[in-house]
Design a protein around this ligand. Structure first.
Ligand code: MEV
Length: 321
């Protein structure tokens, strides 16, 4: 049996970093995907291949000895093999159209698609979908923690469930039910960042500026309430203004830089509002645009890579082959 699953990337509309400390965040799944194909093998090895390379390792190897870029997938395979007392190995093949290290949730989508695909190899067909989704999410977050222990779990959650979600570490997620369509231009600064490094940098900022950080958390909470109302009313002007305000908070906690600021200033002149998405210190800027407005003049003349993305209602998808 071959098990094939796709999982979407994400943008964070509001609340990145603050979500690590228990605040709310709003995320949307986007129309860029990772696809994972897995299969049982007749060898004792776990074989992982992606655009980053390939490894084949004995399934008894310790997870911490695996190269970081393959570690989450090795962890997933090893866990599922052990849980099912399977005496052979697994191959995992990852294909992705989500740029890596750009803040668009590539790593989480890979973890979700791999967890879903490998679990599916051993799944009983009468299992309710919600149980399967819960198992996938739990395994994907554990896998991501092998390389990024402080993850809030927000990125994996939106990749599993799709749509727009409100997420809080302790409370989990709820879907924002809306018929409105939200369209974005994503501008990639092409500065690769490490989410772990930026999250640690914010941790230091928080420790050295306790009161300022607490006040920013409170302001972000108020901003999210306002943004949610605006999203329900399809008030693009207000959503854009909230995004611009969120960008200021992100600048205050030190995750912006000159290039990101330059892109934001440029793009907010022709859109409703723009901000960093994800960890920052590189990666992408998102800007809320009018549906149908391709922003061609900017797109055709900017030196940066751009993507038009829209919110995807569906999360991970299992293809039975
Ligand atoms: C990364 O996409 C989002 C952060 O808030 C980290 C996290 O939530 O785990 C920076």
């Amino acid at each position: 049996m071959i098990s094939k699953v796709s999982a979407p990337g994400k943008i964070i509309l509001f609340g990145e970093h603050f979500v690590v400390y228990g605040n709310r965040a709003i995320l949307g799944a986007i129309d860029k995907y990772v696809t994972v194909i897995s299969e049982k093998t007749n060898t004792d090895n776990i074989l992982i291949s992606s655009s980053l390379g390939q490894i084949s390792v004995q399934k008894d190897e310790h997870v911490s000895n695996i190269e970081k870029k393959f570690r989450p997938f090795f962890y997933i395979a090893k866990q599922v093999i052990e849980q099912n007392n399977f005496d052979k190995g697994i191959t995992i093949k990852i294909e992705s159209d989500i740029p890596i290290g750009a803040g668009l949730g590539s790593s989480s989508a890979c973890c979700v698609a791999a967890a879903a695909s490998v679990l599916n190899l051993f799944n009983s067909t009468d299992q309710p979908l919600t149980t399967y989704e819960e198992k996938v999410l739990e395994l994907a977050i554990q896998a991501e923690k092998t390389i990024f222990p402080n993850t809030s779990g927000a990125d994996c959650t939106v990749s599993v469930h799709g749509g727009i979600i409100e997420y809080q570490k302790e409370k989990g997620f709820s879907k924002i039910e809306t018929e409105h369509e939200f369209n974005f231009l994503v501008v990639d600064s092409e500065q690769i960042h490490s989410t772990e490094k930026v999250v640690n940098q914010v941790k230091r900022f928080k420790e050295e500026n306790k009161e300022v950080f607490l006040e920013l958390c409170n302001e972000e909470e108020r901003l999210i309430s306002k943004a949610l109302d605006a999203m329900k009313a399809n008030d693009l002007d207000t959503i854009g203004k909230c995004m611009a305000q969120n960008q200021i908070f992100l600048e205050q906690i030190g995750v912006s830089n000159d290039i990101l600021l330059e892109i934001t200033k440029e793009i907010e002149k022709i859109t409703f509002g723009a901000k960093i998405t994800g960890a920052g210190d590189g990666g992408c800027i998102i800007a809320l645009r009018q549906k149908g407005d391709e922003l061609s003049e900017y797109v055709n003349t900017t030196k940066y890579q751009t993507h038009h993305v829209s919110i995807q209602k569906t999360g991970m998808q299992v293809f039975n082959t």
